[in-house]
Design a protein around this ligand. Structure first.
Ligand SMILES: [Fe+2]
Length: 341
């Protein structure tokens, strides 16, 4: 089963939209009054590439694209998100939007956005695949003006792109988990985060590509751990949660009154399913976090081609403070086990 060079048909798009029906029913069951909630959708790890392939030999991870057309998967994802009865406030594009940050890949992204499949505003997050030092990096600012979507901020620094926006009474902070030479998070970005968390008194959601808590696959070997960043987030009572991609696998932890989650990838999974995610909020905070499998043919890096029913899962958070995976060199753990939450 290969889906390369197989554009999404109208029938498949319709089946994808139909597969959202049971999720819509579940949201109504959990929330009753849809006017009292908002949903932040997550679509990350798109890994867009030219559907016709690259005009040069591409080995290693590139081999995966012999099996999967990432444009098709992203379009299916947009069709599915647009089928939510409760229209999301935003779609967070959680990083690795492109495979290498190449111009034709951004062009592919732009042409998909221009199809009008989904008119929900987006927030871009930079991933490690956007930070490859390719010739395009030199002209990224110029390219940005060609591909940016409505509401996107200016790209002040392509090497480290972080910003915040306020939407629906929530502050959304987008961080950049690029690892600069010899440091984890730069002082400049930490100063920004510190100032943003002190300013206003709004509930906060933080989005960053690389994850900071384990998800259960090989990507945990490169957790983005910066002690100051962890402390700043932990000490700010307004922060409701931190959400990431990079793992190509969903996970959810609870740690000292905040949620820390990762969402599946749109392009291909690493040990689970492909899909997109959602954070449901009401006036008390995060009411639920779910992910939705993409419907139909998909690809997993471990087992290869797979077929997905398109089911949804509301994730149950596990206690990180009680987990043996908590690294006490970075995370506080209450010395009294009975007080760990
Ligand atoms: Fe990725």
């Amino acid at each position: 089963m290969s889906i390369l060079n197989k554009p999404l048909t109208e029938k498949e798009a319709e089946m994808g939209r139909d597969s959202v029906a049971s999720l819509n029913q579940e949201i109504v069951k959990r929330c009753t009054d849809l006017s009292g909630i908002q949903i932040i959708a997550w679509a990350g790890d798109l890994h867009l590439h030219p559907p016709e392939g690259y005009p040069f030999p591409f080995s290693g991870f590139g081999g995966i694209y012999e099996h999967i057309d990432c444009s098709r998967q992203y379009m299916l994802c947009l069709h599915e998100i647009s089928a939510l009865t409760k229209k999301p406030e935003l779609i967070v594009l959680g990083g690795d939007i492109t495979e290498m940050g190449r111009e034709e890949e951004w062009g592919e992204f732009s042409s998909i956005m221009n199809t009008g499949i989904c008119e929900i505003p987006t927030l871009p997050v930079m991933g490690n695949h956007e930070h490859l030092q390719l010739p395009e990096k030199e002209r990224m600012k110029e390219l940005w003006s060609e591909i940016r979507c409505p509401g996107w901020p200016d790209l002040d620094n392509p090497d480290e792109f972080f910003y915040s926006v306020i939407r629906g009474g929530i502050k959304h902070i987008v961080l950049d988990t690029v690892k600069l030479p010899d440091i984890v998070m730069s002082d400049r970005q930490k100063e920004f985060l510190s100032a943003e968390l002190k300013e206003d008194n709004l509930p906060v959601l933080i989005y960053q590509h690389a994850h900071i808590m384990p998800s259960g696959n090989w990507t945990d070997g490169a957790l983005y751990l910066d002690k100051d960043m962890i402390r700043l987030i932990d000490e700010c009572p307004n922060v409701m949660g931190v959400f990431s991609g990079h793992t190509h696998k969903p996970s959810l932890w609870k740690y000292r009154n905040k949620l820390y989650g990762t969402f599946p990838a749109v392009a291909y999974s690493i040990g689970t399913c492909t899909g997109w995610g959602g954070i449901i909020l009401d006036d008390k905070g995060i009411k639920g976090v779910f992910y939705k499998e993409l419907f139909g043919e998909s690809y997993d890096d471990c087992i290869g081609p797979r077929y997905q029913e398109g089911k949804y899962v509301f994730m149950k958070p596990k206690s990180f403070e009680k987990s043996p995976l908590l690294n006490p060199f970075f995370w506080y753990r209450n010395p009294n086990p009975r007080k760990r939450r």
